[in-house]
Design a protein around this ligand. Structure first.
Ligand code: ZN
Length: 313
């Protein structure tokens, strides 16, 4: 499989977004085995953890170790979430290829999630971008606009403020800025409207769609984003995930279902669905008490299913 021949990039965020929001702590060895299985299936970008204080998120305490392991897989983009400069320094030291910084569009969520105002968070993006420029110019910096479609704490998030935050993040030095439906509030019409506005505001620096399936609209929202020209999607194996600081927010878009949708439509992901299903085993083995979701893994691919991506040729 040649990554240049894919139509959409599926970025697996389960090891970060998924594992940080469940009670179980997955042992390092099991995380590495899961990442290996995802890689074997053709996944070429994985958010492997976050660099946050271990006392806040003990599930993420071993992220540096996981980064070092993931970096042994050729062609894999190894990402980590960092909330501040200190986290970015640790991530760069561990050797990540790409940093993602959560920047809340909701003022209330910003305070709850990173204990900073939105303005302070933009200053943090600037510090991180400056540090990257000086010490690790090869590392990519992404700002994900969290709660872009609504907030469990403050409710409505004005669209003007969402776009303004994305513009501020780019002005502060981020390479790209995508939109995150942290709370699972989005609908396809809203997705289309906001991604269109994002592209108009920041052009080719418009980044990934990070969508949740909390209200069952995850796939519909991904399709709406695709129709607006988005080609990078965050999703989580088994639909693990949510946000520990957005009460009631759960469930990333299920990677397996998302890959099936695109492949069935003739849109290449580079991912082998059978091997992707296999990767559920090390995930479940690592967190045996958690429920792993997914419609297509339950039902199986349709008889005669022809994926868009061709393997082994
Ligand atoms: Zn998320």
């Amino acid at each position: 499989m040649n990554s240049a021949s894919i139509d959409v990039l599926i970025s697996e965020v389960g090891p970060r977004d998924g594992l940080q929001s469940i009670k179980s702590i997955m042992p390092t060895e099991e995380k590495n085995a899961w990442i290996d299985a995802l890689y074997k299936a053709g996944v070429r970008e994985i958010e492997v953890g976050s660099f946050v204080p271990a006392k806040l998120l003990p599930q993420m305490a071993d992220t540096a170790e996981v980064v070092r392991h993931a970096k042994t897989l050729p062609g894999l983009t190894v990402m980590a979430l960092v909330p501040n400069l200190r986290g970015a320094q640790a991530a760069i030291e561990a050797g990540v290829h790409k940093l993602t910084i959560p920047v809340s569009a909701s003022a209330a969520h910003s305070l709850a999630n990173v204990r900073k105002t939105r303005e302070e968070m933009i200053e943090e993006v600037q510090k991180i971008a400056q540090y990257r420029k000086e010490f690790a110019p090869e590392v990519k910096v992404e700002a994900g606009i969290a709660t872009a479609f609504g907030c469990t704490i403050q409710g409505l998030v004005p669209e003007d403020e969402v776009i303004w935050m994305a513009e501020q993040a780019i002005n502060a030095g981020a390479d790209e800025s995508g939109l995150s439906d942290t709370t699972g509030y989005a609908n396809p019409a809203q997705i289309k409207r906001l991604f269109r506005r994002l592209k108009a505001a920041i052009g080719s620096k418009a980044g990934a769609a990070h969508l949740h399936n909390t209200r069952g609209l995850g796939l519909a929202n991904c399709l709406a984003a695709y129709e607006e020209g988005v080609t990078s999607f965050d999703s989580s194996m088994g639909g693990l995930g949510g946000c520990p600081y957005a009460p009631g927010a759960s469930g990333n878009v299920v990677t397996e279902d998302l890959v099936f949708m695109f492949e069935a439509m003739g849109i290449k992901t580079g991912i082998n669905l059978d091997l992707l299903f296999e990767a559920r085993k090390p995930l479940q083995a690592g967190v045996p008490s958690e429920i792993i979701y997914g419609m297509v893994p339950e039902a199986g691919a349709p008889k005669g299913f022809m994926p868009a991506t061709q393997w082994g040729g």
